[in-house]
Design a protein around this ligand. Structure first.
Ligand code: HEC
Ligand code: HEC
Length: 249
């Protein structure tokens, strides 16, 4: 198969690791109350004290777990994240916004995932995730690949938000028009600062961000732009990586 993107459907029974027994949920609630409420709030609405007192959390606010728009997913835009997506976010944290929780054991992380999923009715009904996965391994970052990525950056109009110099000051941003789904102003990422990337900074992470988009933020999904075999997402990724002098955090 020569397609660059494979779109696969998986049932939620992927949740082999997810234990929804009353005991697991009770443990998850204890961890949530200890480690998460300060930001995400007691009822999971993203309204813990930190959301109001720490200026760095004024936008974006901590995730409101009662809403179904999740940013960090491997699924197509509009769908819920997989359990593995939630596990990755909680393990790695979100640079500048949320600490990594590697200090919790894997079982503790699965318990807290089971608990935060109880905040949204969307997770309670059986659903099928449509995953976006890449068939092709990353390509080497030759100068030709980076130049082709720069052309795609302009053709796909990334610069309208992220700017011609990719520092996040494109015309749309300068007009102050960008808001997230909660109505709060949001800034396009400075793409020359790789360690600040929230959804991971490896080539695979950046490809995932561009293909799936960040639901709830104005960063769109570009899955359809890269579905034909003659365009490669890796040129785009190589270009983004070439913008930073710093390597992966
Ligand atoms: C210091 C504050 C803080 C703490 C503590 C914290 N979070 Fe977060 N979390 C945030 C912020 C802020 C965001 C939103 C970042 C964004 O939208 O860019 C977030 C986002 C998330 C997301 C990602 C949602 C998405 O859009 O994909 C998950 C999952 C999450 N938090 C789970 C947890 C869990 C579980 C805990 C406790 C173990 C926790 N968080 C503790 C601040 C925090
Ligand atoms: C309509 C405006 C808009 C367009 C067009 C846009 N972006 Fe974004 N992008 C954003 C915003 C806003 C964020 C920050 C979201 C956040 O902080 O939650 C972002 C974030 C990102 C991130 C960082 C995600 C992370 O891990 O923190 C990357 C990489 C990115 N965009 C690449 C691109 C590329 C490549 C294109 C073109 C193919 C593009 N963007 C087009 C608005 C846009």
């Amino acid at each position: 198969m020569s397609l660059y993107l494979a779109i696969t459907c998986i049932a939620t029974s992927q949740a082999a690791k997810l234990d929804r027994s009353p005991e697991a949920l009770e443990k998850g609630a204890t961890i949530y109350h200890r480690a998460c409420i300060f930001c995400h709030g007691i009822a999971g609405k993203g309204d813990g004290p930190a959301a109001f007192f720490a200026s760095s959390y004024s936008a974006p606010r901590p995730k409101d777990f009662t809403r179904k728009d999740y940013k960090f997913r491997s699924t197509i835009s509009g769908e819920l994240p997989t359990d593995q997506d939630l596990f990755r976010t909680i393990t790695n944290g979100i640079p500048g916004y949320m600490p990594p929780f590697e200090g919790l054991t894997e079982t503790e992380r699965w318990n807290v995932i089971a608990y935060i999923k109880t905040f949204s009715p969307a997770f309670q009904t059986e659903h099928v995730n449509t995953l976006i996965t890449l068939e092709m391994p990353p390509r080497p970052a030759t100068s030709d690949s980076i130049a082709r990525g720069r052309m795609m950056y302009l053709e796909l109009e990334c610069h309208v938000c992220h700017g011609l110099d990719a520092t996040g000051h494109g015309p749309v941003h300068t007009q102050g028009d960008l808001k997230d789904n909660t109505g709060l102003p949001i800034q396009p990422t400075n793409l020359t600062n790789l360690p600040s990337f929230k959804n991971g900074a490896s080539p695979q992470d950046i490809a995932r961000t561009i293909l799936t988009g960040l639901d709830g933020a104005p960063m769109p999904s570009y899955a359809s732009a890269f579905s034909s075999p003659d365009t490669s997402i890796w040129h785009m990724v190589n270009y983004v990586l070439s913008l930073s002098t710093a390597t992966q955090p």
